[in-house]
Design a protein around this ligand. Structure first.
Ligand code: ZN
Length: 293
């Protein structure tokens, strides 16, 4: 979720990403991870994406993205919830400013309760056309609707070594192979704040209020070397219509056997207080495959 302002832990004020950019250049702000939700009584972690990228290498200006759970009283979280309820398409990561590209695939991260447009289902259904028309362009009277794939279909295509071009929101095209990043000792500074699918052998662990997923291989940041992890609270799983991650299935998934876990994230992994985390926005951002023996 995007934010206009975030609380800067270094400046101790709510500031815009543009202000953060200036303070980072001055050396007042030390890290793109030193931000929190500006909501009252909320310290949900915020990353200022692209803040540490040199100007010439930026594909977009720095912006805030919330990468953790809000407190139960957070007013910002309530606003976001209301927005989501008001608009069925809020969950679409693409905007009208993302151009229609004929040969590219888009990533579909919408919950299954909203209508999916899978690869191949091209505009046959007029209902789709109506709801999706803003995504495409009307060319010579024909409605153009770009093909989309869910995370699961993207994983299948990647494992089958298909050659595909994927369109990312705001930043353009990427080869399917470069969209996937195997976690294997890299330095966090090497990752870009763009959608990527991080993957590797990992374990599901049941916690009191959710599941943590810990990867087998490490990542590094300065002198910190850690196995990255992610977390998904039960509250999010309960509202998700995603069958793969209903609670019964997850109960069986946390069986101490490692899985090949795939996690899509808009920003690179985050280092904070000695831990390396990858934020899981919702169950649709996570998938796994059983490992062959
Ligand atoms: Zn909050």
């Amino acid at each position: 979720m995007k934010l206009e302002k975030a609380f800067s832990e270094d400046v101790k004020l709510n500031i815009t990403a543009r202000q953060a950019d200036m303070k980072f250049a001055e050396g007042v702000i030390q890290s793109k991870f030193n931000f929190q939700c500006p909501g009252k009584n909320c310290d949900a972690p915020v990353t200022c994406a692209n803040l540490d990228r040199p100007l010439e290498k930026r594909k977009r200006d720095p912006y805030y993205i919330i990468v953790g759970e809000h407190s139960s009283q957070c007013n910002i979280a309530k606003d976001i919830d209301n927005q989501k309820k008001a608009s069925k398409t809020t969950m679409d990561i693409y905007k009208d400013s993302d151009e229609y590209i004929d040969h590219a695939i888009r990533i579909n991260l919408q919950p299954p309760s909203t209508k999916r447009l899978e690869s191949g289902d091209l505009a046959k259904n007029s209902e789709y056309s109506e709801s999706r028309i803003s995504r495409g362009r009307v060319i010579a009277g024909k409605r153009k609707i770009q093909r989309t794939k869910t995370l699961s279909s993207l994983i299948d295509a990647y494992l089958a070594k298909e050659s595909l071009i994927v369109q990312l929101p705001e930043t353009g095209l990427i080869d399917l192979n470069n969209l996937f990043i195997e976690i294997n000792g890299q330095n966090l500074a090497d990752f870009e704040d763009e959608f990527r699918i991080y993957y590797g052998k990992a374990w599901f662990n049941k916690k009191e209020h959710g599941y943590s997923i810990v990867f087998d291989k490490t990542l590094t940041s300065g002198d910190i070397i850690k196995r990255p992890s992610t977390y998904i609270p039960i509250s999010k799983l309960e509202v998700s219509g995603f069958k793969r991650f209903n609670l019964d299935t997850l109960e069986r998934t946390a069986d101490n056997k490692p899985k090949m876990v795939f996690l899509i994230s808009e920003t690179g992994p985050r280092v904070k207080d000695g831990h390396i985390n990858i934020w899981c926005e919702s169950p649709e951002y996570l998938d796994y495959r059983l490992l062959e023996k």
